[in-house]
Ligand binder design. Sequence first.
Ligand SMILES: [Zn+2]
Length: 124
Amino acid sequence: MNDEEPPSISAPTDEPAVKAPQGPFCKFCGKPVLPRAVICVSCGQQIKPLEPPEPSGFSCVVMIVLGALSLFIPCIGLVVGISAMLMEGKKTDGAILIVISIASVLLMAAMSGAFGGAQSPYMQ
Ligand SMILES: [Zn+2]
């Protein structure tokens, strides 16, 4: 609850709380940082919460990873695809994932059939 203090006025350190026109200062080491900096380059502390990544680029990377993953684990692709279809603006992604998952299931079934039946001889 006390995280959102005003940055300049209530500084408990000895440093003078001067309002600098250049930009914010690191609240850990007091060095000036870039206005959009997330991590202080002087002390390495995180000074701002990480901004969420761009939705489009993030979705693209996630789709590639999930698509590759669903080739091996179709259940994950199905679940993620269905949940993605329930999200706004992700219906196409979810549909693609579901299609990939079903296709990989059919592919596995066809492969196991092509290999002369994967049934164990001990199963009767
Ligand atoms: Zn710092």
